[in-house]
Design a protein around this ligand. Structure first.
Ligand code: GDP
Ligand code: MG
Length: 441
């Protein structure tokens, strides 16, 4: 696959903005890669379509081909979709005892994951955990959980023959309250495939337990089937998160993307082996790299982008040292600030910048108007940007109007530029620009 890809990408060497054709050509290969990773067909199709709209027109980084650029965009988008909102691995388990309901098909890894998660909660979060097996269909299943509990030092609800899952769930709740447990985990029975009886049973358990978290445990290697399973469990039971198991296998894990796309629910953990400590917080970038299988291209584009940013910073520093700081530099600074989490984020990273930060604040510069400042600079001519002193009243009016603002706004910007420019000069004289070099990192 990799060879075929580089073949296609080598042929696309045009620079500039990504054309629709560049994007389409590259995305054909991306689509194949997604399908090979077992992403379900409709999910792959939708994903590619969304990226196509997003990527067309974006700039191509120097020394990178359009195809490579598209791969990088795909990679970033993949991470964004996989990540979703919220912190991976976080569980809502306040209000003890917090019930966690584990659901999924038989053999998906529910019982193992119940034990793994219990161990994690006990070891990492210092929680007192009770586990209960509701799998009345197979007596061996209850014993399986009991044995795992002994291995990890976590209590299990004593087995009482003849109870149904709802009765067990109620008993677990009572026991958890009486015993001062922080969390109790309900490991439900699975079926080989979705059926009405199973769903009705899980639903009844859900209604008595009122779980804080309902985690769907799915075999990460099942690909297409996983989507169907997730759809069913989510619409019928309502899940709060997903655990993907068997990610230690050599599959590419496309189920992760399908899961996210279909349920919109967070993937919280991945199972990476049969051992009881083989459970990790879900890491979107790792899975994205694996699904796409184009890590070398992504790394290459990232390197190119870093190189260019470093070159720009270097050029700017040299100019500061010579006492040159024009509107283009200011624009770059403003754009950089927006990228770096706005004003506060930027200033907090720059040693000795407290004073400048105050000046900028005095000038009325907050994150909201960074954009307006850039718009003002954009409506200046090249000559004016290099030399803002030449601006006359009539031009000022025009520029302000062009950016949809008042002349007073432009004057504020010019004042800020003068102040910054003075500071840059002083700093340049202070020698070697050591401080700026530090700040630009
Ligand atoms: P359940 O029917 O959903 O309760 O599934 P089990 O927890 O009994 O697991 C079925 C099999 O999958 C067992 O042999 C587990 O050891 C194995 N298993 C579960 N999670 C993982 C995992 O993350 N990686 C690997 N390699 N095997 C796993
Ligand atoms: Mg089980």
């Amino acid at each position: 696959l990799s060879e075929r890809l580089s073949g296609v990408f080598d042929r696309l060497t045009k620079q500039g903005a990504l054309s629709e054709d560049d994007v389409k050509t590259a995305l054909r290969e991306v689509r194949v890669a997604l399908l090979e990773a077992d992403v379900s067909l409709p999910v792959a199709r939708d994903f590619v379509k969304a990226v196509q709209d997003k990527a067309t027109g974006q700039a191509v980084t120097k020394s990178v081909t359009p195809g490579q650029q598209v791969v990088k965009i795909v990679h970033d988008e993949l991470i964004a979709v996989l990540q979703g909102e919220g912190e991976p691995g976080a569980l809502r388990i306040d209000n003890a005892p917090a019930p966690i309901l584990m659901v999924g098909l038989q053999g998906g890894g529910k019982t193992t994951t119940t034990a793994k998660l219990a161990k994690r909660l006990k070891d990492r979060d210092n929680k007192k955990v009770l586990m209960a097996s509701l799998d009345v269909n197979r007596p061996a299943a209850m014993e399986q959980l009991q044995i795992l509990g002994t291995q990890i030092g976590v209590d299990t609800l004593p087995i009482v023959k003849g109870e149904n899952p709802v009765q067990i769930a109620k008993r677990a709740k009572t026991q958890a309250s009486l015993g001062g447990y922080d969390v109790y985990m309900l490991d439900t029975a699975g079926r080989l495939s979705i059926d009405e009886e199973l769903m009705a049973q899980v639903e009844a358990v859900r209604d008595v337990a009122n779980p804080r978290e309902t985690l769907l445990v799915v075999d990460g290697l099942t690909g297409q089937d996983a989507v169907h399973t997730a759809e069913n469990f989510d619409s019928r039971i309502g899940i709060t998160g997903v655990v993907l198991t068997r990610m230690d296998g050599d599959g590419r894990g496309g189920a992760a993307l399908s899961m996210r796309a279909v349920t919109g629910k967070p993937i919280k953990f991945v199972g990476l082996g049969e051992k009881l400590d083989a459970l990790e917080t879900f890491e979107p970038d790792r899975i994205a790299g694996r699904i796409l299988g184009m890590g070398d291209i992504v790394a290459l584009v990232e390197k190119a982008q870093q190189t260019i940013e470093a070159e720009q910073a270097e050029r700017m520093m040299k100019r500061f040292q010579k006492g040159q700081f024009n509107m283009n530099d200011l624009k770059m600074q403003l754009e950089q600030m927006m990228k770096m989490g706005g004003m506060e984020g930027m200033m907090s990273m720059m040693p000795g910048m407290g004073k400048m930060s105050k000046q900028m604040n005095d000038a009325g510069l907050d994150d909201k108007i960074l954009n307006q400042q850039v718009a003002l600079i954009n409506s200046m001519t090249k000559r004016e940007r290099a030399n803002p002193q030449i601006l006359q009243a009539s031009r000022k009016k025009r520029i302000a109007k062009g950016a949809g603002m008042e002349v007073s706004d432009l004057n504020k910007l010019l004042k800020m530029h003068r102040q910054m420019s003075d500071m840059m000069k002083k700093m340049g004289k202070m020698g070697k620009g050591g401080m700026m070099k530090q700040a630009m990192k």
